[in-house]
Design a protein around this ligand. Structure first.
Ligand code: FPP
Length: 251
């Protein structure tokens, strides 16, 4: 059984406040590949290689949940060969990594519309979620065929279908019907690849997230970059719309 090292045993930088939930937009695979004369699918394969060390590093730090934006509802518009390549890659990643994740106590969850994915991928995702559901370690959410606006639309549809009265449509009611209902909102949202936008990722949930944009392309993002992002997060003063005294900081 693979046991992740305990935090105290690791030479981790001193980080005084950790995010509970980190969301990541894994961008830059295509540019990473182009710079090396490789195909876009080669870039995605390199991106998949980066996953393990990043997940392990967050787990070593004691982060409770990591949400990875692997395929957006808009990504269907990419060339067929690229979409097919990402679908096949996702299936291979699950086949290859599921045992390791399970033995490390990781709980895998899926965010987004599973029904539109190829049958083989659907069944792998469902199996991975089932197999790891009793695990009590870090939660890894794979946002695959996920769109933030679609998530909100679905939540509102549930409320309407349940006959909820307009005055009972509250922020809490909407939050509790999002696919992320069981998770805390992301404290930290990381986007690699140099762009500074959230591209329909967790648009509701990221209302008070700290955003961390880095020019590093996703395939080059590793343990050192995780440490850097967490250090930067620990320097931020979060106010949630309040004044400094109300949130107990002198910033
Ligand atoms: C964005 O880079 C990346 C994606 C749309 C795919 C993300 C997939 C992975 C990181 C690896 C696969 C992981 C799983 C679980 C399937 P981009 O193609 O937009 O890069 P670019 O902006 O440089 O073109």
């Amino acid at each position: 059984m693979v046991v992740l090292p305990q935090r105290a045993e690791l030479p981790l930088p001193h980080i005084h406040s950790l995010p509970r939930h980190v969301a990541i937009i894994m961008d830059g695979n295509g540019r990473w590949a182009r710079a090396r004369g490789l195909s876009r699918n080669d870039g995605h394969r390199a991106g998949a290689e980066a996953l393990r060390s990043v997940i392990e590093r967050f787990a070593e730090h004691g982060v409770e949940a990591v949400t990875l934006f692997a395929f957006s509802t808009e990504n269907w518009g990419r060339p067929r060969s690229e979409v097919d390549g990402i679908m096949r890659l996702a299936a291979r990643v699950i086949d290859r990594e599921l045992n390791t994740f399970h033995e490390s106590g990781i709980q895998l969850q899926h965010l987004g519309d599973l029904a539109a994915l190829p049958k083989g991928l659907q069944s792998r995702v469902a199996k991975a979620v089932r197999r790891t559901q009793q695990n009590t370690g870090m939660t890894v959410n794979l946002a695959f065929n996920y769109g933030g606006r679609a998530d909100i639309v679905e939540a509102v549809r549930h409320l309407v279908a349940a006959g909820v009265r307009p005055e009972d449509v509250t922020e809490a009611a909407i939050s509790s019907h999002l696919t992320t209902a069981a998770l805390p909102d992301p404290d930290l949202l990381i986007r690699t690849g140099g762009e500074r936008r959230i591209s329909n990722f967790l648009v509701w949930q990221a209302a008070y997230s700290e955003y961390y944009f880095t020019p590093v392309q996703w395939p080059d993002f590793g343990a050192a970059e995780v440490d850097e992002a967490l250090l930067e997060f620990s320097r931020r003063r979060r106010r949630f719309g309040l004044v400094p005294e109300d949130v107990g900081t002198d910033a």
